[in-house]
Design a protein around this ligand. Structure first.
Ligand code: FE2
Length: 374
């Protein structure tokens, strides 16, 4: 009876919302057909499934793309005055669904709505010849929703209603899995959403960044990172803080009109190769001046990579107690300065690149200046 630690652990690890990871991320866009081409040609995603009029879905078209464990769904409405058209008119292209892979969608829905989550979709089980998938959804910040997806032995391309399709031939860039998804919320809302993830979804607060960590001459923001029990799902939440001029978070909110997903970080095992390929295919990244690399090794210590390719590709490096990480951020991937991607390679580090915030935000400010929104 000495081993009280085990008992403690048993109690504290009781997880009412066990998550297996990110199931998929659905973007509502203006022209899913062309977006699908962009993600295939430029990022090397494989088109695996489609739903639309040809499959019996009369009001929309959805393209399912996959690379490694990263799965995107791109959806457009086929008519005006439709939930998706209205969403697109207000927000532009953006993330509607952060779908979480669960073993029990009904229980996930019940446990979260019982704790105060607003229901977005009651549990429903979809069936076809490949098996069944149960889905349910709850609201989170802005108009974003979390879908719970339960795939009990489903062997089809995506889920019932979708048909497997053969897309164009693609060259993957090395995307492995979704590392984290960041949300921007309005001033004063960050703590409420952190509380939502803690109370309603059983997440734990991992890290807090205040405006002393993250401020430049102009931009200031606050950020808190929440994580689910096993750490597979991490959601940093940002809110603007008072700066001299308009912060990047305010710029996002001005264009997205509500809170929403700011960036999706995708993990790779070889960032030099991944970013080299993406650059070749025309993907634009934030520019950090060459002098960032002058004292890099003094700041981060020994790293396995050569500095030259990192400098050439503009890849950033940061270290924490457990190791280091390499990261880079794309420019926004639509005309509105809203959603963008981060490419990240972790070499032990579990953090988010705090040491790079200043260099990065100065880079973002240079771009805001060009857009006239600073
Ligand atoms: Fe990030």
């Amino acid at each position: 009876m000495e081993n009280t630690a085990t008992l403690e652990n048993a109690v504290s690890t009781e997880d009412f919302l066990p998550l297996n990871g990110t199931d998929h991320i659905e973007f509502w866009v203006g022209n899913a057909k062309q977006s699908a081409y962009y993600y295939q040609a430029a990022y090397g995603f494989k088109l695996v499934a489609y739903a639309g009029p040809e499959t019996g879905l009369k009001d929309r078209a959805s393209y399912v793309l996959q690379q490694g464990k990263v799965r995107f769904v791109l959806t457009s409405a086929l008519h005006g005055d439709h939930e998706i058209s209205n969403h697109h008119q207000l927000h532009g292209d953006g993330v509607k669904v952060l779908a979480l892979w669960v073993d029990d969608a009904k229980k996930s829905f019940e446990e979260t709505t019982k704790r105060g989550a607003k229901a977005a979709m009651e549990p429903v089980t979809l069936k076809d010849g490949h098996g069944e998938v149960t889905i349910a959804a709850i609201h989170t910040y802005g108009e974003t929703i979390h879908k719970f997806v339960e795939r009990s032995n489903y062997s089809g391309a995506f889920m019932p209603g979708y048909e497997a399709v053969e897309g164009m031939e693609v060259n993957p860039v090395g995307f492995e899995y979704v590392d984290h998804c960041v949300g921007n919320v309005e001033l004063g809302q960050m703590n409420e959403w952190v509380k939502f993830y803690e109370d309603v979804m059983g997440f734990k607060l991992l890290i807090t960044f205040d405006d002393k960590d993250i401020s430049t001459e102009y931009t200031a923001l606050m950020s808190k990172v929440v994580s689910n029990g096993n750490g597979y799902v991490k959601f940093p939440i940002n809110e603007p803080a008072q700066g001299k001029k308009k912060s990047q978070i305010e710029e996002y909110l001005d264009f997205y009109k509500t809170g929403g997903v700011q960036h999706i970080a995708i993990a790779t095992k070889d960032i030099i190769k991944t970013v080299g390929e993406m650059r070749k295919r025309g993907i634009e990244f934030l520019y950090v001046p060459d002098n960032y690399y002058d004292d890099l090794l003094d700041r981060v210590g020994e790293i396995e990579e050569d500095i030259e390719p990192l400098k050439k590709l503009n890849i950033l490096v940061d270290r924490d107690d457990e190791g280091y990480l390499l990261q880079i951020f794309t420019r926004p991937v639509q005309d509105r300065p809203t959603v963008f991607f981060e490419i990240i390679q972790r070499r032990g580090a579990k953090s988010f690149g705090k040491g790079n915030f200043k260099a990065l935000f100065e880079a973002i400010e240079r771009e805001q200046e060009r857009r006239g929104t600073l």
